[in-house]
Design a protein around this ligand. Sequence first.
Ligand code: NAG
Ligand code: NAG
Ligand code: NAG
Ligand code: NAG
Ligand code: NAG
Ligand code: NAG
Ligand code: NAG
Ligand code: NAG
Ligand code: NAG
Length: 885
Amino acid sequence: MNTSSSRHAILLACLLWTIIRNTSTLTIRCNPYDKQALLNFKHRLFDPSNILSSWSTQHDCCQWKGVTCHNITSRVTQLTLPCSATYPSYRDKKDKSHCLTGSIYLSLLLLELQFINYLDLRNNDFLDIQFDYSQHSLDSHNNLSVATPPLPRRSLNSSTLRLLDLSLNENLAINSLQWLSNLSSLEYLDLSNIDLYKETNWLQLVTTLHSLSTLFMQSCELQDISSSLQYANFTALELLDLSENEFNSEWPKWLFNLNCSISGLGFGFNSLKGPLPEAFLNFRQLEYLDLENNNLDGPIPYWLGEFQVLQILNLGINMFSGSVPTNLGNLSSLTELDVSSNNLSGIVSQKNFVKLSKLKSLWICSSSPSLIFDFDSHWIPPFQLEELCISFAGPKIPVWLYTQRSIERLNIWESSFETQGKFWNFVSRLTGELDLHGNSIDGNLTNVLLNATYIDLSSTGLKGSLPRLSPNVAVYDLSNNSLSGDISSLLCDQKTLNEKTNLVYLDVSVNHLSGGLTNCWKNWKSLVSVNLGSNNLTGHIPTSMGLLPNLTSLHLHENKLYGEIPPSLQNCHSLLIFNVRENILSGNIPNWIPHGLKALQLRSNSFSGNIPVEMCQMSSLIILDIAHNTISGYIPNCLGNITTLVFNNASRNTLSFSANIIGNRMLLIDDNLELVTKGQESEYGSILHFVTLLDMSSNNLSGTVPPQLFSLTGLISLNLSHNKLTGKIPNEIGNMKKLESLDFSRNQLWGEIPESLSSLSFLSYLNLSYNNLTGKIPLGTQLQGFSEFSYIGNHDLCGTPLTKLCSQGAKSKDTKGGSESEFLSWFFIGIESGFVSGFLGVCCAIFLNKKWRHTYFKFLYDLRDRIYVMVVIKINSFCQTGQVA
Ligand SMILES: *[C@@H]1O[C@H](CO)[C@@H](O)[C@H](O)[C@H]1NC(C)=O
Ligand SMILES: *[C@@H]1O[C@H](CO)[C@@H](O)[C@H](O)[C@H]1NC(C)=O
Ligand SMILES: *[C@@H]1O[C@H](CO)[C@@H](O)[C@H](O)[C@H]1NC(C)=O
Ligand SMILES: *[C@@H]1O[C@H](CO)[C@@H](O)[C@H](O)[C@H]1NC(C)=O
Ligand SMILES: *[C@@H]1O[C@H](CO)[C@@H](O)[C@H](O)[C@H]1NC(C)=O
Ligand SMILES: *[C@@H]1O[C@H](CO)[C@@H](O)[C@H](O)[C@H]1NC(C)=O
Ligand SMILES: *[C@@H]1O[C@H](CO)[C@@H](O)[C@H](O)[C@H]1NC(C)=O
Ligand SMILES: *[C@@H]1O[C@H](CO)[C@@H](O)[C@H](O)[C@H]1NC(C)=O
Ligand SMILES: *[C@@H]1O[C@H](CO)[C@@H](O)[C@H](O)[C@H]1NC(C)=O
């Protein structure tokens, strides 16, 4: 008996010891109320890819993904569920199909999770926020709550939430921020990239948060900054970033009544106007001041020199005039200074930089020609820059440049200068970004070896042969120069071939390069975009180009290439753009073209044979240009299956894409093509991103135009001219409502012009000449607005604008000859022609660099570690001016 009971005791002790041991390893135990609240939260949202799979009752809720419990009380204090979504292509939206979506039941979450103080749902795909007490009854519908006792009632006013980050839920639109007033403990609020357009009272509501120290509301489509409001009751505010909104007033009065301990102000990318008021002097404690890209004018105030702790001062892209005050040379904490793209004048000399020993980034480019640099040639700057953008009136380069041994990014804008070996030696040591595009450089690149990751020497007038590349180079743009020599010196350079190359973007178009395309492509497998157009290249397209697995865009136009397109290219599964316009290529149109292709341009070659039906499976096609070849046979019916040409979802119809480059950076590429539409050539690129075009003109096509073709209702330009097509123009042509340019000239079409043609209100170019059309041109419509050249050569066609009158017998197509519709048609023609002439194609390879500054700002001051980098896209100012022109 005794032994038995003692054995029992030992057993019990062992058991207890095991329990204690287990609990001591599991120091955190989930609170059942919190667990229930989290499960309720999970059940109210959509989680398409089961991100919250770890949220199961089998596990301790303090171990669930994104959940943090207090280390003593074990209550849930933090919920951190950002989604990692990146841009697949830059105009396209981020792919967020795997992120959390649905509604955020914020009031319920805060009521149920009593001790939560930190809620981060950034970068998901939530669609709305529910903040309504009556929703509390929702719990009774939820059969999960049966398992636990009802939650204790409490008021939201006691919410302990200190951080709320809902930023980058781009599809989230919030009509009212009234609920903010319940979150009285909030210290950090980030609503960036949420559409708050409808909340005109945002400022008053945000100011009810008396503990708020950080407020980020970038890109919220805010319009009213309440400029006449005298006071905003931010009592604890330290950081305020309202960049990228639509404020277009003068400085708001309330701003200058803010607490003078504010340390960061961001108003970049708005349209604020007027001079900088002296009241800014209240904010001498500022570390960060970003006013980039507004309409600010007046002088750059000398008193900015009193901001002794200012680290970042960005006044770029405004209308500031006058000189750069020498007082700025006193800003001894300054690391970044940007005064670029203003109307500055006067002299900049070493006096402007006396105490700027910490300066790392200097942007003083494109400030107007009247800004004169006058540096002592022996001056040794107190700083070592990492980033420099400069413009200077040449021909000499400021000598102090050569003292800068840490430069990672060098931009020279709008300058004209002579280079010697010294300059190229200096530039060869750069490993980051070298952007000298658009300058006029007198130099010879023969024997130069460049080592920067990003090299843009386009449109600079450079001569000599192609400079060699180190394996470090990812972007190499030498287009539009006078470079000559054999391209093999670049592609087959033995010194680079022994190492792994990283080249992603190669553009040497518009030069005088010669030779064949070489068989050295296997050494450049990382290539994504290749443009060798407008040179003097000859030979076949080499089979080895099929070894480029990531090739997305290939331009070989305007050369002397011959032979067939090698079947090996079908291995380039990523190909989106294939352009061999104006060569001497022959053979059939390949029937293996990657189905994802968006643009196929085979124009002006010697291709023959039929149009392969496989082309109908190219479901992403937006541009098919096979004009000026000797293609024969019928137009396949199934072309009507190309869905992109049916729907024309403009936002997807871009020639833009992105590529990763070394150093975890992303390159955004806005590609373009030269197309013939409306009877004239124009460049199709970032602006005409909604062009959808089918051009099969000048071939030997015969048979009728298949009626299915007229179901391509997304088409904007259709050209079947100069073929041997017969049959009538079907009435269905009236369905092609987006058509702006239609050319059927020089075929054998017969019958009457269908009246439905006149319902194409965007049509601004029409050519039906030299067919066998008969009858009267439909009257009272815009069809009279075209000249007679649109109709001549049809012997039995009559009526205005032709001089041939219709006999009485000719059927009149006159319906409701309204002056209004005539007016409208002219109106549209007016718009359309303006639209063509205003167009300017710009090819921008945009390297995301210092324009990430807004993001960087967040990094700098953020309370937390950002796990991944958000992408903020800002087109550099060259592209902006180019596009606006
Ligand atoms: C609990 O967390 C606080 C900080 O949050 C830390 O200082 C403390 O050491 C932690 N205590 C234990 C027992 O881990
Ligand atoms: C309770 O929830 C389970 C699983 O979520 C579901 O299958 C069941 O139909 C629900 N019961 C009721 C009564 O709603
Ligand atoms: C600011 O606070 C004062 C007193 O606390 C109040 O009278 C005033 O209305 C508030 N202003 C705004 C814009 O909320
Ligand atoms: C090019 O730069 C890399 C660093 O990015 C460096 O390791 C390499 O030595 C440089 N090559 C030359 C030829 O300067
Ligand atoms: C460029 O320099 C090389 C020698 O470095 C020379 O042979 C060549 O003629 C020069 N080219 C031009 C166009 O000046
Ligand atoms: C192709 O692109 C993918 C995704 O960016 C990358 O992981 C891969 O390394 C690239 N391939 C080559 C050969 O560079
Ligand atoms: C193009 O190359 C051929 C030889 O392949 C040469 O005869 C011709 O002069 C070159 N044309 C131009 C414009 O450089
Ligand atoms: C085109 O679409 C029709 C209807 O969707 C389908 O029956 C036909 O097979 C398709 N043709 C081709 C070549 O894909
Ligand atoms: C034009 O059409 C008429 C009848 O519509 C036909 O007789 C004539 O042969 C056609 N001419 C041509 C060149 O096709």
